[in-house]
Design a protein around this ligand. Sequence first.
Ligand SMILES: Nc1ncnc2c1ncn2[C@@H]1O[C@H](COP(=O)(O)OP(=O)(O)OP(=O)(O)O)[C@@H](O)[C@H]1O
Ligand SMILES: [Mg+2]
Length: 275
Amino acid sequence: MSSESKPYIIVLGNEKGGTGKSTVTMHVITALLWKGYQVGSIDVDARQGTLSRYVENRHHRVKESNLSIPLPQHTAIYKSTLDNVTEAEQEEEANFTQALTQHQNCDFIVIDTPGSDTHLSRLAHSYADTLITPLNDSFIDLDMLVRVDPDSLNILRPSTYSEMVWDQKKHRAMRDGGKIDWIVLRNRLASIHSRNREEMERVLSALAKRIGFRLMPGFGERVIFRELFLTGLTLLDMRETGTPMTLSHLAAKQELTALLEGLNLPKSLDRSQAA
Ligand SMILES: Nc1ncnc2c1ncn2[C@@H]1O[C@H](COP(=O)(O)OP(=O)(O)OP(=O)(O)O)[C@@H](O)[C@H]1O
Ligand SMILES: [Mg+2]
């Protein structure tokens, strides 16, 4: 990339825990790496450290087996231990902006955030060019985005997380006039059709227009999305390891390709012809 252009920032966020933020982060990072981009990765959930461990595992794998697979430049940011809230927030902000500066040479920076409301997470959201919110296909998870009437399933009002995203959109606009493209990605979709799935579809489609996100079909419930964590690999690295692909792997790859295409990356970064 040219020295003047800034890295494009993708943030994975949802205040609900266990919705697939870290899983989707690892897959987006490897997909971008295999397209030949320079990718910076930042873990602002360093206490849990799922993404940091994944990157560590990937480095270990490269060292141990001489695999030729691309690696991101990684930074983990810990919550400040200062007692004074203002000072703690200032320290976190300084560490966060320093991490962004460290990755200035990258085409992309992909940031994993915790499943809770923290200052670092809010800060990361406010820097997003694209925010991806994975959501399990369950009304428990939907509750973090919106309150619905239990009988009619009509939308009553946006919930905590949607309000937080709205605030960060305003922060972003005030800082540099930029916009956050918010994508909600359904995750762990069951292969069988169900009434729950249909109702989720209906409520999410109505909600997308009302609170301003784009809805993506997302990832199915698939073993391949979780089984390679310890090896630091994803399904996109299987060509290098010589592992044969099953139909489920191909379907997973298609889901990931659809996500990457749906990101509508800026034209200057478009490498749709690459692997
Ligand atoms: N599409 C999928 N298919 C199968 N398993 C999945 C899928 N997505 C996520 N998982 C599994 O669901 C669990 C939660 O995923 P993950 O850790 O990525 O969520 P998270 O949102 O990062 O959680 P936290 O909020 O705790 O950081 C993990 O065990 C992961 O392997
Ligand atoms: Mg996580």
